[in-house]
Write a protein that binds this ligand. Structure first.
Ligand SMILES: *Cc1c(COP(=O)(O)O)cnc(C)c1O
Length: 463
């Protein structure tokens, strides 16, 4: 057993060493770090975007050769050919899908996280980093109104968070009874994210859908009806901020139904969980304190870079039972401490919560509240302008920062060509979706730099 040591050598005092095979990589590191710094500080290019695979192959040529092309050439290739063929997620006019708007503090610290190369699967090898990640998770736990015994870890995204939580829920149900004759089931609304169906498929369980009401919410009554007549349900999934419309299910009533039927409640807040930090919408989440598990993607609306999902359990005991991997080569792992590897479907992991932790530490939680409120204000101003306009119609009243709207008289083809034109010209990124079987346009606001007046101006091009 290695003796515990206290690190007492600052990074700038450690002599660097060349490597027998790679040689002295000093110049490479310097060039890459300089580039990273410039890249983090510069404004995103609104017209950057994908090219066809054939076009890209031609433009990029061959980079991987037996002898290596060197740092300068490889970096130039990335900067001039590869990076411009990716979409800037954090552009202030990017309102397509759910974009991202990481703080520069978080982006820069992501580079540090990479530089430190910490194995953050187990406490033994990642303690310091895991401690910091846990501090960020504790901020979320407090926003949820959960007890301090809650715990969790960061995984790559909402898809991994949801499946990990559902695996835990099934394991918890399996401790109190055998597999039902016709299999395990999950209850959710049609408006639940596609990753719930994908998790169900991977877990070989059935999805039973409960209808939403006229507001688009999954209700306690609907869940209750399904639970009363359906045996074998091990989890109900409620969404706090649906991806398509930003709606929050009736969490408190759903929690009542789950309690009555002793069923696990998982709340998917991958996008909308960030709203917990915003006093103006916090009341919409009432009941979330009763959920058994929860996820939020800080890479969506909490200003962290990809890839980052916070997965939390009100009581982590069931997660440990469900997820701890066991093998002789893992016998030495101490299981009495907080090992992120024991709480989700993963083993090796980077400390991907560190950029969020650092940015929270730098800016303070008040600024996070302000930033989320800012995006909510922007969406409300834009929604008001659409309500007041004579050429557009608001499809539904937004609850968070997703705005659905229509251009009366237009069909799918009109929307598609306007959307393509707006993207090519850098006017805005805004793609169509479906609502009640009709094609509509959708804007998702997660960037506090997005200006309502600029978006309203851009919407004039829909005349
Ligand atoms: C985006 C989203 C997911 C999936 O998250 P990824 O990070 O893309 O895997 C799951 N649920 C909801 C509600 C989402 O909005």
């Amino acid at each position: 057993m290695q003796k515990a040591q206290c690190g007492n050598t600052p990074a700038n005092k450690v002599p660097h060493v060349g490597n027998r095979v790679w040689g002295d990589e000093d110049e490479v590191v310097r060039a890459v770090m300089d580039y990273a710094r410039r890249r983090i500080l510069r404004a995103p290019d609104p017209v950057a975007g994908a090219r066809s695979a054939t076009e890209l192959a031609l433009a990029a040529g061959t980079a991987i050769t037996p002898w290596g092309i060197g740092a300068a050439t490889a970096l130039k290739l990335f900067d001039q050919v590869l990076a411009p063929a990716t979409r800037a997620q954090s552009g202030s006019a990017n309102l397509a899908y759910i974009p991202a708007a990481p703080t520069r503090a978080a982006l820069a610290f992501d580079a540090v996280t990479g530089a430190a190369n910490i194995f953050a699967g187990t406490w033994e090898s990642g303690a310091g980093a895991i401690h910091a990640e846990n501090e960020a998770l504790t901020w979320l736990t407090q926003l949820l109104g959960w007890p301090s015994t809650a715990a969790g870890c960061f995984v790559s995204g909402g898809t991994m968070g949801n499946i990990s939580a559902l695996i835990t829920a099934r394991a918890a149900a399996a401790t109190s009874g055998p597999r039902p004759a016709d299999g395990w089931k999950i209850v959710c609304a049609d408006s639940a994210h596609s990753s719930i169906r994908s998790a169900a498929q991977a877990m070989d369980v059935e999805v039973v859908t409960a209808p939403v009401d006229q507001r688009g919410h999954l209700t306690g009554a609907a869940v209750n009806t399904v639970l009363r007549s359906t045996p074998g349900v091990f989890a109900v999934v409620a969404t706090a901020g649906t991806t398509n419309a930003g709606l929050i299910d009736d969490l408190d009533d759903i929690a009542d139904a789950c309690e009555r039927h002793h069923v696990w409640l998982h709340v998917d807040g991958a996008y909308g969980g960030a709203g917990l930090a915003a006093p103006s919408v916090r009341h919409l989440y009432t009941g979330i304190e009763r959920a058994d598990s929860f996820i939020v993607d800080p890479h969506k609306w909490l200003f962290a870079p990809y890839d980052c999902c916070a997965l939390l359990y009100r009581d982590p005991a069931a997660a440990r039972v469900a997820h701890s991997q066991s093998a002789h080569y893992l016998d030495a792992i101490d299981r009495d401490v907080h090992n992120p590897a024991d709480l989700a479907l993963h083993l090796s992991r980077r400390a991907r919560g560190l950029p969020l932790w650092f940015s929270l530490a730098v800016h303070g939680t008040e600024r996070y509240t302000k930033a989320v409120e800012q995006t909510l204000t922007t969406s409300r101003l834009v929604a008001d302008a659409i309500r007041a306009s004579d050429h557009l119609r608001l499809t539904i009243d937004p609850e968070l920062s997703v705005v659905l709207f229509e251009r009366p008289g237009w069909g799918p083809q009109d929307y598609a060509s306007w959307s393509a034109w707006a993207a090519e010209t850098g006017t805005m990124l805004c793609v169509p979706t479906q609502w009640d079987d009709a094609t509509v346009l959708r804007m998702a606001f997660v960037n506090p730099d997005t200006r309502a007046d600029e978006v309203i101006d851009a919407l004039l091009t829909l005349r």
